[in-house]
Design a protein around this ligand. Structure first.
Ligand code: SAH
Length: 353
């Protein structure tokens, strides 16, 4: 039994059931036992693999996307380049390498990383070498400059709550103890102010998810972009509107029941892009399939150039990586990219408007 599981059991016995969000928060970020605090989950040897870890092309393309928007908005002489949840730092390292040749871009950028896990901060520092970022727990302490922000698989790690419709009220799914083990339970039905708009598109028994932290962060990002310019690119798996239970836990690249391994497995939920778009006071694009977005920005041309330098198994894995990032049956369709941008500037390239 993990220590975190014992802590949950003691806490529930003392104060009653936990919300799913309370459970997820501790599973991922508990200072001593949290998944991101104690492990390096990424890569083949870890529990899952993310787009920047699949191929350098992902970061290269996003870097040039950012640089294009920076130019379209007049090449600000100073801006904040921000990444939310940079993992191993691979995406940012690729972005910085790909944009080295863009005149003035590196001189203007001020690098800020929002990372809750001290051990991942260490890895990011090593990966970025001579470039010295400033780390933050939240956006509050990032300087108020034009904001160019990336978030790949960050929002899916934020804690969701789940509600099941009962008449015009909702029962919240909670974590309780049954026969000595952690189990899902339901609260009594109650009205939910944040879900009034979902009474029109749901029926008895439907489950919806909410993620208040995701909405709060997006609102903050959108306010800065509206006031100072810039753009934010959010890439994650999810849909325009949440419906149904999307919480999943992954260990060693395989799904496991979400309550079975607290602190030792990743827990994520699909991102509700509508909730993010509605929380932001800036303009937004539509969430666009990752494969379509990367193809529009020229990933195949880039793949062909790189292929010329490769042979044998390296070439094979390069082709597989391109396929994995873009093909609808792999990450191409489930993953979506959505940008926030200021209304009075050209819209960002590659995304549906
Ligand atoms: N973007 C990376 C990693 C995604 S995993 C990639 O694509 O490979 C999620 C990342 O978000 C991790 O770095 C995790 O430590 C960080 N994270 C999760 N919740 C966070 C929070 N509330 N505040 C800051 N960082 C968080």
């Amino acid at each position: 039994m993990t220590d975190l599981r014992n802590q949950f059991i003691a806490r529930i016995a003392a104060i009653g059931p936990l919300t799913l969000a309370e459970f997820i928060t501790d599973c991922l970020l508990h200072p001593k036992y949290g998944y991101y605090t104690t492990r390096t989950p990424f890569g083949r040897a870890g529990d899952f693999i993310t787009a920047p870890e699949i191929s350098q092309m992902f970061g290269e393309i996003l870097g040039l996307w950012l640089a294009q928007i920076w130019r379209d908005q007049g090449s600000a002489s100073k801006f904040a380049l921000v990444e939310l949840g940079p993992g191993r730092g691979t995406l940012m390292a690729d972005i910085l390498r790909a944009t080295r040749g863009i005149s003035g871009f590196h001189d203007a950028l001020d690098l800020h990383l929002i990372e809750a896990s001290p051990s991942l901060q260490d890895q990011q520092s090593k990966q970025l070498g001579l470039v010295a970022p400033t780390w933050h727990q939240t956006l509050n302490t990032v300087p108020d400059l034009p904001l160019f922000l990336l978030a790949n698989e960050f929002f899916d790690a934020l804690p969701v709550r789940q509600f099941i419709r009962d008449g015009r009220q909702w029962r919240e799914r909670c974590i309780t103890i049954r026969e000595g083990v952690l189990a899902f339970g339901l609260t009594d039905a109650a009205p939910q102010a944040a879900l009034v708009h979902r009474l029109t598109d749901t029926k008895q028994g439907d489950l919806v998810e909410t993620c208040a932290p995701a909405q709060a962060i997006t609102q903050q990002i959108g306010q800065r972009i509206k006031a100072q310019g810039g753009a934010a690119l959010i890439i994650d798996y999810g849909n325009w509107r949440s419906l149904g239970d999307t919480v999943q836990s992954v260990q060693g690249h395989k799904p496991i029941p979400p309550l079975s391994s607290p602190g030792l497995s990743d827990i994520t939920a699909h991102v509700d892009f509508e909730a993010l778009a509605m929380a932001s006071p800036s303009a937004h694009t539509w969430p666009t399939a990752q494969g379509v977005f990367l193809e529009r920005l020229g990933i195949t041309e880039r793949a062909n150039v790189l292929a010329k330098t490769l042979q044998g198994s390296n070439l094979k894995s390069h082709i597989a990586a391109h396929h994995r990032l873009t093909h609808p049956a792999e990450m191409g369709e489930l993953f979506k990219a959505m940008a926030l941008f200021p209304k009075n500037y050209p819209s960002p390239p590659g995304l549906d408007l």
